[in-house]
Design a protein around this ligand. Structure first.
Ligand SMILES: Nc1ncnc2c1ncn2[C@@H]1O[C@H](COP(=O)(O)OP(=O)(O)OP(=O)(O)O)[C@@H](O)[C@H]1O
Ligand SMILES: Nc1nc(=O)c2ncn([C@H]3C[C@H](O)[C@@H](CO)O3)c2[nH]1
Length: 207
């Protein structure tokens, strides 16, 4: 498995994952794997009533990512074609641990374990760290209707969950490099120099 470089861009909601993954894909000729958002039938329901829809939503994300990563292995990695994705499969667990509890969380953990054990895993992670005001500003700018009443506490918790997950990830899997970006200050959209520096760092791992 993973016969080619696989780079995953991660960070909390609105950090700029899709933006950066798309820019890297173009600059470094990497195949792009992007999250399915608009076709998600549970996302707007979830933001309206989290407790009611969380299990359906987490299962939907898990099954979609499972299929996408299965295809990614077959279509690209297996054929030595490098890939950049705008998520790491582990984000399922970061979100599910926050949105589920009790029996549903127990079931979810088991299914997650079963489904993800054979999936290709990224060998480089780019982590965009960003503060609550930056995320809220970007979510507003992007303008998806169902995200506009985003609960600040939920977003703040996810920022902390991501920090904890990345810290744990670095400790438990030190051979996998984590390129960390300060999303409040290092603006790869506005500054070509900032973007080129990130791209150069990534290039080290794909050549
Ligand atoms: N560095 C940046 N500077 C300014 N605006 C940015 C930057 N990065 C992304 N944006 C804008 O912020 C919004 C969110 O970006 P994007 O969709 O890439 O985030 P994301 O992390 O993929 O979000 P999600 O978690 O919802 O999938 C978009 O409108 C994008 O154009
Ligand atoms: N609950 C939950 N679980 C996930 O695995 C997950 N992945 C992404 N999202 C939300 C964030 C953005 O609103 C939108 C696009 O990323 O979808 C998730 N929400």
């Amino acid at each position: 498995m993973n016969t080619a470089p696989f780079i995953a861009v991660e960070g909390p909601i609105g950090a700029g994952k899709t933006t950066l993954a798309s820019m890297l894909s173009e600059k470094l000729s990497l195949s792009l794997v992007k999250e399915i958002v608009e076709e998600n039938p549970f996302l707007d329901k979830f933001y309206d009533e989290k407790d009611e829809w969380s299990f359906q939503l987490e299962m939907f994300f898990l099954c979609n990512r499972y299929k996408q990563l299965e295809d990614t292995e077959k279509k690209y990695l297996h054929h030595h074609m490098p890939v950049v994705s705008d998520y790491h499969i582990y984000k399922n667990l970061i979100f599910a641990e926050r949105t589920l509890e009790g029996k549903k969380l127990e079931k979810y953990r088991k299914i997650y374990q079963l489904l993800t054990e054979d999936l290709p895993k990224p060998n480089v992670i780019i982590y965009i760290r960003a503060s609550l005001p930056t995320l809220l500003e970007r979510i507003k700018k992007r303008g998806r209707p169902f995200e506009q009443e985003m609960d600040k506490q939920y977003l703040e918790q996810l920022i902390n969950d991501y920090e904890a997950a990345i810290k744990q990830f670095k400790e438990s899997d030190p051979p996998i490099p984590v390129i960390e970006i300060n999303g409040d200050q290092e603006d790869f959209v506005i500054s070509e120099a900032v973007f080129n520096r990130i791209a150069d760092q990534v290039k080290e791992y794909i050549e």
